[in-house]
Design a protein around this ligand. Structure first.
Ligand code: NAP
Length: 509
């Protein structure tokens, strides 16, 4: 039988009071160097002792570190290799290390359910008798099975905290964790999902009842896939301010691991003093997206590839650009729950150009005939420009030209052509890509060049244009402009454009 509660043991309320909701997970041979850096700004850390070659030998260092930092709340973990850790000793040796870590000042220890079952209740009671809170943990490094049976398996140990960490293969897997947190009747559950599709559980977990969540130390990889850094959780997602009233926004598409949108929009919400958080939701399934939107009461979404067309059947209202282009990059959830769709890519291209020059009557060459080029052609034709399309696959240029009233530009006629403006709507110049250029340097004959590629800021075509003294608009101008429009549609307030631009430029450095 488990022992009665020891009043010296931290409960969830006390833990949140003294340590907050973010625990920095430290792992690797430089554990104590990481710890020194982390405690400059964090009060709650986990020592993954199993990540050291000789955990027992590190205990004196742990003791002196915690003696020097009495305001730090620490978890000791020494997970065995068979259960996803790196410790190669026996269960008894693990218990001995955890006991010593507790005597060294760790107020919590983490013991995996498999080892707890092997050692039995007496081992947990031994740890607790010293006033240490015992977290019984369970991990699934591949999937998210039904979670209630895991809770049922842990309950007989009456742990001080239960920690469940499955892997989210889908966003629906993450919703299982959210449901578990919300339906759990106690106050001692810690739960989150590993993987990029689990990020939403790491950011929203405490808001749905998780006692705390984990962060990777700044500048280190972290101890689990998908773990955001301390700076991201605290300064970008502002996790400590997220409550049930916080409005949730997100970017959805696949892949989106490199998306700058969370940086830009979270910065914007903070700068505008709006109680909102913006998440990355990786999915290519509109039905899954709709389910997540409803479950989390998401107010608005940025939509990226490959969802721009497939979300159209979800829309109760479409703006004229969505209607015309059959592509949507912005969703707004209206008060009655219905979805309105907008395309802010078009204004993202047209507005920055119009701030430089009127477009009516201008000769504009658009390179490419994909999604970005399509938004450019549509917007520029609407603005009264004479638009020419040059594309690698000429038939696609012809189709787009026929739809929009633009003209096909042939390669052979490039030598004698001149334009007021050239817009690059191909991926040429994107970081990490090796392509042949869609246009030769001598063919860059224009007054303004707008490269829609935004990473890097200075693309090869931007360099050619600068060498030829052509005025340049970089792709960030489009990225920020379309984001400014989204922000205003969602919040009905002016967007802090300067801060948004700075956030994107900082990330692109
Ligand atoms: P997409 O739909 O795949 O279209 C790509 C277009 O580029 C196609 O017409 C393709 O020609 C052409 N193309 C691809 N590789 C080429 C090459 N090596 N030489 C010549 N033409 C080539 O892509 P997208 O969504 O339009 O995106 C295009 C670029 O725009 C991306 O790099 C992206 O970074 C940028 N973009 C920027 C923003 C922003 O906010 N700044 C927003 C959206 C997109 P074929 O028809 O022959 O295949």
């Amino acid at each position: 039988m488990p022992q009665p509660a020891n009043p010296a043991i931290l409960n969830a309320h006390q833990l949140r009071q003294c340590a907050g909701v973010v625990c920095v997970a430290l792992g690797g041979e430089d554990l104590f160097t990481q710890a020194q850096a982390a405690v400059q700004t964090a009060k709650f850390v986990e020592f993954r002792l199993d990540s050291l070659a000789d955990p027992a030998a590190a205990l004196p260092t742990l003791r002196s570190f915690l003696a020097e930092h009495p305001d730090i709340t620490a978890i000791a973990t020494c997970r065995r290799a068979a259960y996803g850790g790196s410790f190669n000793g026996t269960a008894a040796q693990q218990l001995e290390i955890l006991n010593q870590a507790s005597n060294s000042g760790c107020l919590l220890v983490d013991i995996e359910i498999e080892t707890a079952e092997e050692l039995g209740q007496a081992a947990l009671d031994e740890l607790r008798s010293a006033g240490t809170a015992v977290i019984v943990s369970w991990h699934d490094f591949a999937a998210t099975p039904p979670l209630q049976p895991v809770i049922d398996r842990m309950q007989p140990f009456a742990p001080d905290f239960l920690k469940l960490v499955p892997t989210a293969q889908t966003l629906r897997d993450s919703l299982q964790v959210i449901d578990l947190l919300e339906n759990y009747s106690g106050e001692n559950l810690v739960a989150m999902s590993m993987g990029f599709r689990g990020v939403l559980t790491r950011v929203l977990g405490p808001r749905f009842g998780s006692v705390f969540t984990f962060a990777a130390p700044d500048g280190a990889a972290g101890t689990a896939p998908g773990q955001p850094s301390l700076t991201m959780l605290r300064d970008l997602y502002r996790i400590q301010n997220i409550t049930a009233k916080t409005a949730i926004y997100a970017v959805a598409g696949e892949p989106i691991t490199g998306s700058m949108s969370p940086r830009m929009h979270n910065t914007a919400f903070a700068a505008a003093g709006i109680d909102a958080v913006y998440l990355p939701l990786e999915t290519s399934d509109p039905a899954e997206l709709q389910q997540v939107m409803q479950r989390l009461d998401i107010r608005g979404l940025s939509i990226t590839m490959p969802l721009k067309e497939t979300v159209l059947p979800l829309l109760a209202m479409r703006d004229p650009a969505v209607e015309h282009m059959a592509a949507c990059n912005t969703l707004l959830r209206r008060a009655d729950g219905s979805l309105a769709g907008f395309n802010t890519d078009v204004s993202g291209i047209v507005e920055p150009l119009q701030r430089i020059t009127p477009l009516a009557g201008k000769r504009v060459l658009v390179l490419g005939a994909g999604g970005a080029a399509r938004a450019a052609v549509y917007g520029l034709v609407e603005a009264g420009a004479h638009v020419f399309i040059l594309n690698r696959t000429e038939s696609k240029a012809a189709t787009l030209a026929a739809e929009t009233g633009a003209t096909v530009q042939t390669r052979s006629a490039m030598a004698t052509a001149d334009f007021d403006i050239i817009v690059n709507g191909t991926p040429y110049g994107m970081r990490g890509q090796q392509y042949d250029p869609p246009i030769l340097p001598v063919e860059m004959d224009c007054r303004i060049f707008f490269d829609l590629v935004y990473n890097p800021v200075e693309t090869p075509l931007v360099r050619v244009a600068m060498e030829r003294n052509i005025r340049v608009l970089p792709g960030v101008a489009m990225f920020v402009e379309q984001g400014v429009r989204q922000f205003t549609l969602w919040t009905n307030t002016p967007a802090p454009e300067g801060e948004m631009l700075r956030a994107v430029m900082d990330a692109l450095q």
